[in-house]
Design a protein around this ligand. Structure first.
Ligand code: SAH
Ligand code: DHB
Ligand code: MG
Length: 227
């Protein structure tokens, strides 16, 4: 038996408390989640507090150019876009045209569409196109698409980064599944290979924050590219 007051219900209550205090939803964010639900998108957006975490990180990094891999309905995109200074941009990559359509409407309603370059297609192809076009390096990169692709996304992220770029990856814990070394789940193996790359890449300093809250037990990997 877990000690009284511990466990999922308590995580949710504490998440709600801090969300109400610090990451109170506004109309743009609320409307996005409602539209996602109405459109039948899975409710796998970041939580409000973790959206705020992304915003705070982007502000600490003074990010002007942010790359997001995995848009869904654009909920995290709104948080990131709101951290940008005048003239800043989020490039967000999404495979599913239905998700992208919902995202575009959500971004418009939240007033940030003009700061977002939403690209529909396989992230791998969009990343190659960005590199081929010789875009300016990104100040922050948020990896949140298919977990089996994380190792490759990290390789691309490094090519599109500069010393000081902050790289964040969502869902690296997944209820502790990450420690199942023998798992045949490609998502688990993707995150494990991603972690091994984080560990072995000399140009990165990385850590993981485990999180609990309204989305269960999960975690963010946070890394910085060294000079
Ligand atoms: N960042 C969002 C959640 C993203 S969910 C938020 O927190 O609000 C993951 C998204 O990645 C889904 O919309 C899925 O369609 C997309 N995705 C999955 N595989 C992909 C791929 N190969 N390329 C681009 N996007 C992909
Ligand atoms: C799930 C959660 C996520 O945040 C995500 O990006 C993808 C999938 C999930 O719980 O299945
Ligand atoms: Mg996620």
């Amino acid at each position: 038996m877990p000690p009284r007051g511990s466990g999922t219900r308590q995580w949710i209550a504490v998440d709600d408390y801090f969300s109400d205090q610090l990451a109170r939803h506004d109309e743009g964010l609320d409307a996005a989640l409602q539209h996602n639900q109405d459109a039948g998108l899975p409710a796998i957006d970041v939580s409000p507090l973790l959206g705020r975490f992304l915003e705070v990180l982007a502000r600490i990094a003074a990010a002007r150019r942010i790359l997001e891999i995995g848009t869904l309905g654009g909920y995290s995109t709104i948080w990131l876009a709101r951290a940008l200074p005048e003239g800043g941009q989020v490039v967000s990559l999404e495979l599913n045209p239905r998700h992208a359509k919902v995202a575009r409407a959500n971004l418009r309603k939240a007033g940030v569409l003009e700061r977002v370059d939403l690209r529909v297609g396989r992230a791998m192809d969009s990343l190659a196109a960005l590199l081929a076009a010789g875009v300016e390096p990104f100040d922050m990169i948020f990896i949140d698409a298919d977990k089996s692709g994380y190792p490759e996304y990290l390789d691309w992220a490094l090519k599109l980064a500069r010393p000081g770029t902050v790289i964040v990856a969502d869902n690296v814990v997944r209820n502790g599944k990450v420690i199942q070394a023998g798992s045949t789940d490609p998502d688990v193996q993707g995150v494990r290979r991603f972690t091994e790359k984080l560990a072995s890449e000399p140009s990165l300093r990385a850590t993981v924050l485990q999180t609990v809250g309204i989305k269960g037990h999960d975690g963010f990997a946070v890394a910085v590219v060294l000079g």
